[in-house]
Design a protein around this ligand. Structure first.
Ligand code: NAD
Length: 427
């Protein structure tokens, strides 16, 4: 499959539509099917007026996109970030459709978000934004319809408000309307670590497939939030050496391996960035320099911060042989092309960060059954699901001479197309 991209605006939506169309061509789908799969099923744009603490009124815009609901209830996070837009939300929802299909989870793909910087809101304002957003998209939501989860800028507390607002609307408690909620409201053990656990499992599996292991490998990570922090902890636990970590504050490094436990403790004790912890050597300060972490000598790079972090320049300087995409869409299409040409093995986001949605699915199962599984059971199930999906992905890529990214898109699109074919076209 030709992996060259159209040199349009390199935006995430163009990119995922291009990938899906390419997969459709590879599969030789009957005329029109791929366009049906690419188009989001439902896009809801809502206005969110709230009262600020000082009594003034402010208005934000939010979206909820159900991209595909053929295989099961829509599933996808809620993002609060100033750059949230309709197109970004549609592209992330499409990625969720492919992700749940690739992972063989009986779910569809969705995403939601509000164009707001949550750091500029007080906790009370954040709650008002959340409650108003949920009441505007209320008719879309439900355990059998659409189940949100946390994403950038939202957390378990926000999910608790989502659960409460929805439950008030229907008149009884509905824990299964949302995942990533606090344990006390029916959240799952293991949810916190699940995405990072999946990223590290992906790294181990791709090393294994290439006749090597994670042990002793030099790893660089961008992002020390939920995904990056857990990826660092678990990779270090398997004997990898974390030689560089970057976050919004800059880059730290230690060629002998950063003391991850100490770093976790320092960030828990209030350090707002890895560069303020007094651990490792501070190589750069500021978000704009955080991608310098990828130029450090390393074997594995794990971009676990925001989308589009690695563009052409960074792609030229990456030293790692493997890139494991913890974040959603961390490589621009141009960077992806350059890394492929350089022979770097890329494990794509729709597989690499799927540990999170896998655990969310397990949370839904527990909610349906009114049970709570123990943490080891949840973690083992996440790992087993990652392993089974890697077996399919690696086997398919190898048999057909495809990159992991192309193979993942084809497998995802195929599962969606098969489901569409079986259900038939209404009316
Ligand atoms: P988070 O908010 O917990 O952490 C984000 C991290 O990225 C922080 O360390 C922050 O300092 C850093 N960061 C933010 N802007 C940056 C910048 N401009 N330069 C460098 N670093 C920057 O978020 P998270 O939950 O860890 O999610 C990270 C990525 O993983 C996102 O792309 C998200 O969509 C994706 N993802 C998350 C999950 C999940 O379960 N949390 C699941 C799948 C995918």
């Amino acid at each position: 499959m030709n992996s060259a991209h159209p040199h349009s605006d390199d935006q995430a939506l163009t990119s995922i539509e291009f990938r899906m169309r390419q997969a459709g061509e590879w599969l030789k789908l009957p005329d029109g099917v791929i366009e049906t799969l690419i188009a989001p099923r439902r896009v809801l744009e809502v206005s969110i007026p709230i009262r600020r603490d000082d009594g003034t009124r402010e208005r934000f815009t939010g979206w909820r996109v159900q991209h595909n609901i053929t295989r099961g209830p829509a599933k996808g996070g809620i993002r609060y970030h100033p750059s949230v837009s309709r197109d970004e939300t549609v592209s992330l929802a499409a990625a969720m459709s492919l992700k749940t299909a690739l992972m063989n989870l009986p779910l569809g793909g969705a995403k939601g978000g509000v164009a707001v910087d949550p750091k500029t809101l007080s906790p009370a304002e954040l709650e008002r934004v959340t409650r108003r957003y949920v009441s505007e998209i209320f008719a879309f939501l439900g355990p059998d319809k659409d189940v949100p989860a946390p994403d950038v800028g939202t957390n378990a507390q926000v999910m608790a408000w989502v659960m409460d607002q929805y439950s008030i609307g229907v008149g009884h408690a509905v824990p299964g309307v949302v995942t990533g909620k606090p344990l006390a409201l029916g959240g799952s053990l293991g949810r916190d670590s699940a995405t990072g656990r999946g990223v590290v499992e992906a790294a181990m599996l791709v090393c294994q497939a290439n006749g090597t292991s994670l042990e002793g490998k030099r790893v660089v990570i961008q992002g020390f939030g939920n995904v990056g922090m857990w990826a660092a902890r678990l990779a270090a636990g398997w004997g990898a050496r974390i030689v560089g970590i970057a976050d919004v504050g800059g880059v730290i490094s230690d060629p002998r391996g950063i003391d991850i436990d100490a770093l976790v403790l320092a960030t828990r004790n209030g350090s707002t960035s890895v560069v303020d912890c007094g651990i490792g050597e501070v190589l750069a300060r500021g978000a704009e320099r955080s991608t310098e972490v990828f130029a450090l000598p390393s074997d594995i790079a794990m971009p676990c911060a925001l989308g589009g972090a690695i563009d052409k320049d960074e792609a030229m300087t990456i030293t790692a042989k493997y890139v494991i995409e913890g974040a959603n869409g961390p490589l621009t299409p141009a960077a992806d092309d350059i890394l492929n040409e350089r022979g770097v093995i890329i494990v794509p986001d729709i597989y690499a960060n799927a540990g999170g949605v896998t655990c969310s699915y397990l949370e839904q199962c527990q909610n349906y059954a009114h049970l709570q599984w123990d943490e080891d059971e949840v973690n083992a199930s996440v790992v087993n699901t990652m392993r089974a999906a890697f077996k399919r992905l690696h086997g398919f890529a190898t048999q057909n001479g495809l990159t992991y990214r192309s193979a993942a898109s084809v497998l995802g699109v195929k599962a969606l197309a098969d489901a569409h074919q079986l259900r038939g076209l209404h009316p």
